[in-house]
Design a protein around this ligand. Structure first.
Ligand code: UFG
Length: 328
C-alpha cells in the first residue's frame, strides 16, 4: 500500500529546495534524499532530509518502501556544462547512471509516478530560436546528453510498465524565494543573473559578456529566464496531473520570450543601483545565439500560469538573496 508521500531527490539544491518549500506549503508529505554534495541542509524547509545518493539502489528501494512513496521528483544532478565536457563520465555516472538505478528502485518498490528535471540543453543549438517539445534533440555537450538519455530511459520504462512520467525541460532558471528564505547558493556559479548579482554585491570585480557579435539586436545572446518559483509550481501541477491519472508528458518550462545578456545586465544595474564593470569577452563555446521556449504546452496540459513573468522581479529576488547571504 502506498500513501501520497513524495520523495524529492536533490531537494537540498537550488531548484529542488524551492519545490520542497512549495510542497510543504501545499500540505504534501515530503522525504528529501540528497547527498549534500552541492545542496545545503538549511535549504530544506519542509519534510525529512535523508542523506544519500539517488543511485544507491538498495538504499533508495528501502526508503521508497519504508516511507510508502507514491511519486518521485528527481532533481539530483550535476549541472555545470563546461565541467561535463572535461569530465563526461562524472555526468554519465551521476546524471544518467543514477537515474537508471533510481528508476529500478522505483520499479521494485512499485512507484509509478516520476517527475524528471530535464533541460533546454537537449535541443543543442536550435535552427530556430524557439524550441518546441518536438524540435530536434541534438545536445552538444555531455550534460545535455546525460539528461536526454535519462528522458529516453523514462520513456522506455513507461512503455514497458505502468510508470508514468512528467519530463520538464527547464530554460534559464533564476531568482529566489520571494520570501527570502532560500535562493541559489551554488559556489563558483556560472549562470548570468547569479554572476551579475555577485558582481553587484562586490563579490566579483567585473562581469564578462561572452560574445558581442551574435546576430541578435544588440549582439549578445538571448535566453528565456524563468523565475524559480514559477518553475517550482509547474512541478506541483505535474504531480497533480499524474495523480489524477493524466498521461506521461514532456513540457518546456519557460515564458516564451527572451532577454539579451545586455538587457539582463542593465536590469541588474538598475535594480541594484550599481554600475558594473562589464567587459566584452570572446564567445563561450557551445552558446546558442538565442534559446527561447515555445511555452504553450505547459499551460495547456498543466494549467500553469506564471506569476513572476517579469525580469525586474527575477533580478530583484536574486539580488535580495545575494545581499542577505553576504550580510550573514
Ligand atoms: N553569460 C555571460 N557572462 C557570464 C555568464 C553568462 O555573458 O558571466 C552569457 C552566456 O554566454 C549566455 C547567457 O549569458 O549567453 C546565459 O548563460 P548562463 O550560463 O546563465 O546559462 P546558459 O544559457 O548557458 O545555460 C542554461 C542552463 C544550463 C543549460 C543551458 C541549455 O543554465 O543548465 O541553458 O542551453 F544546459
Amino acid at each position: 500500500m502506498t500513501t501520497d508521500r513524495i520523495m524529492v531527490t536533490g531537494g537540498a539544491g537550488y531548484i529542488g529546495s524551492h519545490v520542497v518549500r512549495q510542497l510543504g506549503e501545499a500540505g504534501h508529505e515530503v522525504i528529501v534524499l540528497d547527498n549534500l554534495s552541492t545542496g545545503f541542509r538549511d535549504a530544506v524547509l519542509h519534510g525529512q532530509l535523508i542523506e544519500g545518493d539517488s543511485g544507491d539502489l538498495p538504499h533508495v528501494e528501502m526508503l521508497l518502501k519504508e516511507h510508502r512513496i507514491d511519486a518521485v521528483m528527481h532533481f539530483a544532478a550535476h549541472i555545470v556544462v563546461p565541467e561535463s565536457v572535461s569530465d563526461p563520465l562524472k555526468y554519465y555516472r551521476n546524471n544518467t547512471g543514477n537515474t537508471r538505478n533510481l528508476l529500478e528502485a522505483c520499479t521494485r518498490a512499485g512507484v509509478r509516478r516520476v517527475i524528471f528535471s530535464s533541460t533546454a540543453a537537449v535541443y543543442g543549438v536550435p535552427a530556430n530560436k524557439e524550441c518546441a517539445e518536438n524540435s530536434p534533440l541534438e545536445p552538444i555537450n555531455p550534460y545535455g546528453r546525460s539528461k536526454l538519455m535519462s528522458e529516453w530511459m523514462l520513456q522506455d520504462l513507461a512503455a514497458a510498465s505502468e510508470l508514468r512520467y512528467g519530463i520538464l525541460r527547464y530554460f534559464n532558471v533564476a531568482g529566489a524565494d520571494p520570501g527570502g528564505r532560500i535562493g541559489q547558493s551554488t559556489p563558483l556559479a556560472t549562470h548570468l543573473i547569479k554572476v551579475a548579482c555577485e558582481a553587484a554585491t562586490g563579490r566579483r570585480d567585473h562581469i564578462d559578456v561572452f560574445g558581442t557579435d551574435y546576430a541578435t539586436p544588440d549582439g549578445t545572446c538571448i535566453r528565456d529566464y524563468i523565475h524559480v518559483d514559477d518553475l517550482a509550481r509547474a512541478h506541483l501541477l505535474a504531480l497533480e496531473r499524474l495523480r489524477n491519472g493524466g498521461d506521461s508528458f514532456i513540457a518546456n518550462c519557460g515564458y516564451g520570450h527572451g532577454y539579451s545578456v545586455r538587457e539582463v545586465l542593465d536590469m541588474v544595474q538598475q535594480v541594484s543601483g550599481t554600475t558594473l564593470d562589464i567587459r566584452a569577452a570572446p564567445r563561450r563555446a557551445g552558446d546558442p545565439p538565442a534559446l527561447i521556449a515555445k511555452a504553450e504546452r505547459i499551460r495547456a496540459l498543466l494549467g500553469w500560469k506564471p506569476q513572476h513573468n517579469n525580469l525586474e522581479f527575477i533580478v530583484a529576488t536574486a539580488l535580495a538573496w545575494e545581499r542577505q547571504r553576504h550580510a550573514q
